[in-house]
Design a protein around this ligand. Structure first.
Ligand SMILES: NC(=O)C1=CN([C@@H]2O[C@H](COP(=O)(O)OP(=O)(O)OC[C@H]3O[C@@H](n4cnc5c(N)ncnc54)[C@H](O)[C@@H]3O)[C@@H](O)[C@H]2O)C=CC1
Ligand SMILES: O=C(O)C(=O)COP(=O)(O)O
Length: 529
């Protein structure tokens, strides 16, 4: 009997699964289309699964998959996989980000040309027996402005091809440097600059909380009259209701969607509009792309099941298993320290200084730093941040990350200290693992504390004097918020001190204001971990 079973869903290219099939230890099962219930029923047998965009890897699926070690996404977007739940269950998520770039790029160009020349509408008429030459006066692309939103792999490949069509390109992408854009001969602009000048707008970013409904009513209102909009990235980036409204008003002359907020979708009111064209999420559907992504993901799954370093990990850093065993508890601690700092910092962060002391000094600490950056950016950028892009996103946001290792750790076996510098000040936080990998924050801004980094916390710098701790505690009583623990640290009697509290519920804004108003309280920060 094979040691590992792999479930391949969503019509992934069978030819591309050869790297799995040639392993004697691995059995591949081709799965049919299933409901969540059906998947939950069988997933317990599998060590790995491969999906495209159709199968949803939900927390419930993951809960029922005790053997599952890796989920491979044969493509780019992982928004159908619950990454947090996968991480919690220790399931590695890998993707194949390069194999379908050209397919999605060419589909975008095809959509743009089809829109400009009304090709789908003309074909439909001819097939209905109508030779209607005068209904379809098109526009040329040459000399038109193309606004590319999201200048990553696909966005930049689209831009290069559009340059060959003699279009002028402007692009918006807050996470790439102007040098990269310049090297492509493209002007980076703000959204507000792009919207009024673009004749065509094409979207090429992932779906995140930040990008959800990025083209909404307000954005459409700012666009040039007669604009044409293309989305071959993710449904939900464009607000379909707003698009409908602006197409009906005539402001938007045409739109082409390959992706919808709800998929499959044959019900959208947009489909009734003459100047609207659509494809059923075909961006990656070429023979070449499907073979490429299936091979990539199959190879990655072999690597993962054999305990090797895997290339495109999305949720967990890729390191050798023996290293992972040692650093794993620190990844969680570091992520929490980063998340804590993100909620303390005021202004624009410019520097993250991470220092490792004690036993950690001899370990491979780079993944721990990545976890810390991920934690720091998570509250700002939501799902966009993963172990692959975190360092790059920090760099693109102008955050200089400095990592230092140092032998001594005071009284601790190991210590991680992170200093965040912003244009408004700085904060320093140290954490360690007590026995049984129990995470603790042991120092805040130079004050000794002993706080478990979990749940809802408050950081309250104050003057060390009577009638502070009581009134702060009373305030929580007044609002019926239970205090789970409280720590006070000071350096000298009557000087500055800090209070760290853990509470059982989020603290409303008004309560925070009242606490800040207590005589002697210098500041209050609510932290949710
Ligand atoms: N229709 C289809 O079948 C296919 C769709 N896709 C989708 O296309 C999209 C782009 O894929 P790639 O180019 O490979 O990804 P990528 O990761 O190379 O590029 C994404 C770009 O979006 C930018 N971005 C992130 N947040 C942004 C924001 N708020 N505003 C503007 N830009 C932002 C990033 O900085 C990055 O440069 C993804 O959503 C992917 O899932 C990819 C392949 C096929
Ligand atoms: O790779 C992506 O992000 C895609 O959207 C491709 O989706 P698909 O694999 O064709 O369901």
């Amino acid at each position: 009997m094979a040691k590992f079973k792999v479930l391949a869903m969503d019509n992934v290219s069978e030819k591309g699964l050869e790297p799995l099939r040639k392993e004697p230890d691995i059995e591949v099962v081709i799965g049919k289309k299933m409901t969540e219930d059906e998947l939950v029923e069988i997933i317990g047998d599998y060590d790995a699964m491969i999906v495209r965009s159709a199968t949803k890897v939900t927390p419930r699926v993951l809960e029922n998959a005790p053997k599952l070690k890796v989920v491979g996404r044969a493509g780019v977007g992982v928004d159908n996989i619950d990454l947090n739940a996968a991480t919690q269950h220790g399931v590695l998520v890998v993707n194949a980000p390069d194999g379908n770039t050209i397919a999605a790029t060419e589909h975008t160009i095809a959509m743009m040309l089809a829109l400009a020349r009304n090709i789908p509408q003309a074909v439909a008429k001819m097939k209905n027996g109508v030779w209607d030459k005068k209904a379809f006066l098109g526009v040329e692309l040459r000399g038109k402005v193309l606004g590319v939103i999201g200048l990553g792999r696909i966005g930049s490949a689209v831009a290069r091809r559009a340059q060959a069509l003699e279009m002028d390109i402007v692009a918006y992408d807050p996470y790439i440097t102007s040098e990269k854009a310049e090297s492509l001969g493209i002007k980076l602009v703000t959204m507000d600059e792009l919207l009024p000048v673009a004749d065509f707008i094409t979207m090429h970013m992932p779906k995140t909380k930040e990008t959800y409904h990025m083209l909404d009513e307000q954005a459409f209102a700012k666009m040039k009259d007669g604009v044409r909009v293309i989305n071959c990235a993710r449904g939900g980036i464009v607000d379909e209701e707003a698009l409908y409204k602006y197409m009906q008003s005539g402001k938007v002359a045409g739109a082409a969607l390959d992706v919808f907020e709800k998929e499959p979708n044959t019900e959208s009111p947009l489909l009734a509009l003459d100047n609207f064209i659509a494809t059923p999420h075909l961006g990656a559907s070429t023979a070449e792309a499907q073979l490429n992504v299936a091979i990539d993901v199959a190879e990655e799954i072999v690597e993962a099941l054999q305990g090797k370093v895997v290339r495109n990990t999305v949720n967990i850093p890729s390191v050798k298993p023996e290293v992972m065993v040692k650093i794993k508890p620190y990844l969680k601690l570091a992520e929490k320290l980063g998340k804590f700092q993100a909620q303390l910092v005021e202004g624009r962060a410019t520097k993250l200084e991470v220092t490792y002391n004690g036993d950690l000094a001899g370990e491979e600490v780079k993944p721990i730093t990545t976890a810390l950056i991920k934690g720091f950016l998570d509250p700002i950028l939501q799902e966009t941040v993963n172990f692959i892009n975190a360092p790059l996103l920090a760099k693109n946001r102008g955050i200089n990350v400095i990592q230092t290792v140092n032998g001594r750790a005071g009284g601790y076996a190991s210590l991680i200290t992170v200093k965040v510098v912003s244009d408004k000040g700085e904060h320093t936080l140290s954490g360690t693992l007590f026995q049984d990998n129990d995470p603790r924050i042991v120092m805040v801004d130079g004050y000794r504390v002993d706080a478990i980094p979990e749940g809802y916390m408050l950081y309250v710098p104050h003057i060390d004097k009577p009638m502070i701790i009581g009134p702060v505690g009373m305030m929580f009583g007044k609002y019926n918020i239970n205090i789970a623990s409280m720590q006070v640290g000071r350096k000298e009697v009557g000087g500055k001190a800090v209070m760290m509290l853990s509470v059982d519920a989020p603290v409303p804004e008004d309560t925070m204001k009242e606490i800040a108003g207590i005589d002697g309280v210098l500041d209050v920060k609510f932290v949710s971990l």
